[in-house]
Write a protein that binds this ligand. Sequence first.
Ligand code: NDP
Ligand code: 8X3
Length: 252
Amino acid sequence: MKKIALVTGATSGIGKATAIMLAGCGFNLIITGRREERLAELKSQLEIKYKAEALPLCFDIRNRNEVCNTVNNLPEQWKNIDVLVNNAGLAVGLNHIQDGLFDDWERMIDTNIRGLLYITRCVAPLMIKNRRGHIINICSVAGKDVYEKGNVYCATKYAVDALSKAMRIDMLKHGIKVTNVCPGAVETEFSIVRFKDDTAQAKATYAGMTPLTGDDIAGVIKFAISLPPHVCINDIVVTPASQANALIIDRN
Ligand code: NDP
Ligand code: 8X3
């Protein structure tokens, strides 16, 4: 029987690349996001190209009732989740703290922290029941160092970093691995979202450098999940070769 992975935020970027990688590795996929058409397209791609079964779940991860009702009512054949990739997330705005917008802050906190917690709270008991599983939390270099104007986004990723450590302790006796993945600059829709559809500003984020791609991060996740049962990668920081950390990028 094929293993099952649940990837949040599979409609774009890192999540989509990860879902495709996992299908290529022989997993059946539960894919989530708010954009229903994209989920449907990805489902067809996974089924036709990779012969994987795919279950699209369309919800806003900030909506606790929607998340819990959906995951708690999964069809029986989808309940044995082996890998959970907590990927859905975003940055909105880039402002000094005194200029920040409450709506931006709440979107980031509700998505990156609360959403991740809602999903994990619903999926972890299913893994515990099976005494196996691997939770991959997509954190960021922004969860390791803070940078100017990054304030609230960085705070949400510091929270993810802390939650990965906490989950690893709580899951230890249940045989469930927890891996924190901290990417640097990855060219996805991330900057388009951060800069609220200002595509020129989004593009400038990656000027003079070769950013990572979603596939690069999927490759790192593939490595983490393919290690033997007694080996757990706790924390991976992965940046473009021209990026030292969240603060320092060599642009030429
Ligand atoms: P994208 O914008 O390309 O993808 C974000 C994904 O998150 C989409 O599938 C989106 O789906 C989903 N998402 C966002 N908000 C919600 C919501 N409220 N409910 C459900 N799903 C939601 O960005 P990335 O692929 O780059 O980002 C993925 C993760 O990687 C994020 O956690 C981000 O913080 C992290 N990261 C990104 C880096 C980068 O440089 N790109 C670097 C380090 C970390 P939909 O819109 O359909 O709901
Ligand atoms: C995304 C990377 O450096 O823009 O998490 O915060 S950064």
